[in-house]
Design a protein around this ligand. Structure first.
Ligand code: MRU
Length: 356
């Protein structure tokens, strides 16, 4: 079993510190929104849906702090500030913005309707746990839907970490792999290391190992050669934000993998909850890509692997254009060969909207 990722009790949030995995189980203690934002920024916790869930609890911690400190004035301003602190932590994964804004709107409405801070806290706690439950349920549905695309005994490549360590549930792409293995649809998994943070090497292999799924770790630059020499049936990845036309932001290296998969006629699947669609963004170029410190490239933990003065470029995500994606798998169904028209029609139907 993967340890609990986030454990909340009034005024405290214990966050499984993924920086030490798989070697040490450590928890980072957050007592307010600021600590939670620090944990997100510094990669204590990562993975789009889990970032969203953690931030939701971080928003709740902000309210706990108001109560514990006995603050009686400027509540609205404090809540707004907490929202900003949380949303400033990382820019690309849209769940972070959606979960915190959902709670903030609710809190402000309650405040304006005259609710006292304890009543607001109670309602926000309920809503935060609803968000987490929605995440858990959607991972189960994504897995159920994704498995339908796989043929018996498939060998698949996956990228980054999209499992229990990236969600509150079983995961998105990795959830499909887990479920696929149970149903005889997956025979072998090739997780890519995922430089520079090595989410694939450290986290995905650990999850596969714990679930007793046969796997072989590969370096990111091995994927093309593997596709040429071994029968790979699919590439399955997750997503941090999807534009209305299907262009998908995911961990840096996803784009390269998609191009190589296309060259070898291998289906390239993106698995993500509906929440990952950003309806305000029409194309990938408009998605904000986080740029992280070059130190994360030239050092592994405390060891330099290049000269300390080395100049390095570190975008944390890239955009895979929709025409390289064979299907987007969501909890509400699959969008094959996604494009703007198909996505709009799908979302209109699912969300019961007249216009998007
Ligand atoms: O920088 P990270 O580790 O937060 O990036 C995570 C990814 O890119 C995942 O593939 C994505 O969030 C999907 S997780 C279900």
């Amino acid at each position: 079993m993967i340890p609990k990722r986030i454990i909340y009790s009034k005024g405290k949030l214990r966050i499984l510190d993924q920086r030490y995995l798989p070697f040490k189980i450590n928890y980072f203690l957050a007592r307010n929104s600021k600590d939670t934002a620090k944990a997100i920024k510094e990669m204590v916790v990562r993975g789009a849906p889990l970032i969203g869930d953690t931030a939701a609890l971080g928003y709740l911690l902000g309210i706990d702090e108001i109560i514990l400190k006995g603050i009686k004035t400027n509540i609205k301003e404090i809540l707004k500030k907490n929202l900003q602190i949380l949303t400033n932590s990382r820019p690309t994964a849209v769940s972070l913005f959606k979960t915190t804004q959902r709670l903030h709107q609710k809190a402000i409405k309650l405040l304006e309707d005259g609710a006292d801070i304890n009543e607001i806290r109670k309602e926000i706690e309920k809503e935060a746990f609803k968000i987490i439950d929605e995440d858990i349920q959607s991972t189960l549905k994504i897995a159920e839907n994704g498995v339908k695309l796989l043929s018996k005994d498939s060998k698949v490549i996956t990228y980054c970490n999209t499992g229990s360590l990236a969600t509150s549930g079983i995961g998105t792409a990795l959830g499909i792999i887990l479920e696929g293995y149970k149903k005889g649809k997956i025979s072998h998994v090739y997780p890519c290391e995922t430089r520079p943070y090595l989410q694939g090497a450290r986290l995905t292999t650990w999850e596969l190992m714990k679930n007793k799924i046969p796997y072989t770790l590969i370096c990111d630059n091995t994927a093309g050669w593997l596709m040429k020499n071994t029968k790979i049936d699919a590439v399955i990845i997750g997503a941090d934000r999807i534009a209305l036309n299907g262009d998908t932001a995911n961990k840096i290296g996803s784009y390269t993998l998609a191009i190589v998969a296309k060259k070898h006629n291998i289906p390239f699947y993106v698995a993500a909850p509906l929440e990952t669609f950003d309806l305000s963004i029409s194309k990938g170029e408009d998605i904000k890509i986080e740029e992280r410190s070059s130190l994360e490239i030239i050092k592994i933990k405390e060891t330099y692997i290049a000269h300390p003065k080395t100049n390095a470029y570190h975008p944390a995500f890239d955009i895979t254009p929709h025409n390289l994606i064979s299907a987007i798998i969501t909890e509400k169904g699959i969008i094959k060969n996604p494009n703007q028209e198909k996505i709009k029609n799908f979302l209109k139907k699912i969300l019961n909207l007249k216009n998007i």
